[in-house]
Design a protein around this ligand. Structure first.
Ligand code: NAD
Length: 268
């Protein structure tokens, strides 16, 4: 019978490195093929040891893997993780007996088209942001489903998935959205709302099948697009399309996982 292949990532700190050693030994003893290099066609399970930052790094390193992923929390917050270092044996038992569910986390995609016709895409698990050059305000024409809606003026916009709604989105006053809702939350960062500029001052929620068009005002030469804080700078942007992507991340949730209990534990 083919061995189950497990790729393990860790964030390099002491506790994570020790947890990595323990987990590798235990899984190897139980007959798993353990490695540290993800291969799309052979990895059956990814384990990521660290905090949310390490989890996001693993997702991007593996280019949004199609196999299940589980997080072991050695970081501070641990929104994506259900397992603690002391719960490794229990996790392996539950994994083997199928006592878990897969939470399919939606992602958000930005397609940036520049004046020369070139297109580049960015994928985010938490969010895409669009900001201007350095600390200047940015002016962006926003359309929803081809319908012009507003000219946004302010520091920028966050386009958050539901699972990312508890991250940057929440820090700037966005709503917490249950990950079972496949929606895109558009949250302004320091919107200007005066007689000179008119921008929405609250988040708006869009269904997954609507796309947003973002056209920088002509004077905006530098646009910064981030996906989960990975920043790309663009010049001569013609437009940016932002929408919920078909790609999803398959997160292992153990028995007893409840999104709202986690929110309460971590935030209140
Ligand atoms: P980081 O180490 O600066 O992490 C920022 C914080 O965000 C950490 O406490 C992490 O636990 C938390 N976090 C990440 N994803 C989360 C989620 N889905 N729900 C709740 N909390 C979450 O940077 P990083 O670790 O590389 O993470 C990148 C993320 O940081 C971005 O996706 C963005 O959401 C977030 N961020 C937050 C702010 C802010 O709150 N002002 C600013 C920039 C980026």
């Amino acid at each position: 019978m083919k061995k189950t292949t497990v790729t393990i990532f860790h964030n390099g700190d002491d506790l994570s490195a020790r947890t990595f050693e323990t987990l590798s030994d235990k899984m190897s003893l139980r007959g798993y093929d353990v490695n540290t290099e993800y291969k799309d066609d052979s990895t059956d399970l990814i384990v990521c040891i660290g905090g949310d930052g390490a989890f996001l790094r693993a997702i991007h390193t593996c280019d949004f893997p199609s196999c299940p992923i589980v997080g072991i929390n050695t970081g501070h917050l641990g929104f994506f993780q259900d397992v603690l270092p002391e719960g490794i044996d229990q996790f392996i038992d539950q994994y083997e007996s199928g006592e878990y569910s897969l939470q399919h986390l939606n992602t958000v995609r930005a397609t940036v088209t520049t004046e020369d016709g070139k297109k580049q895409t960015q994928l985010g698990l938490n969010e895409i942001t669009i900001k201007g050059n350095r600390s200047y305000s940015v002016h962006l024409f926003i359309s929803i489903g081809n319908q012009p809606i507003e000219k946004f003026s302010g520091d920028g916009l966050i386009f958050a998935t539901s699972s990312g709604s508890t991250a940057y989105n929440y820090s700037v006053g966005g709503s917490i959205s249950d990950p079972r809702l496949n929606v895109l939350q558009v949250t302004p960062i320091a919107p200007m709302n005066t007689t000179a500029y008119r921008s929405f001052t609250s988040s708006i929620l869009l269904p997954a099948d609507l796309s947003l068009g973002v056209v920088p005002e002509q004077r905006e030469n530098h646009i910064f697009v981030t996906n989960d804080s990975r920043e790309s700078e663009y010049t001569n942007v013609k437009d940016i399309e932002v929408r919920v992507s078909n790609t999803s991340v398959h997160l292992i949730r153990l028995k007893g996982y409840d999104f709202w209990s986690k929110v309460k534990d971590k935030f209140l």
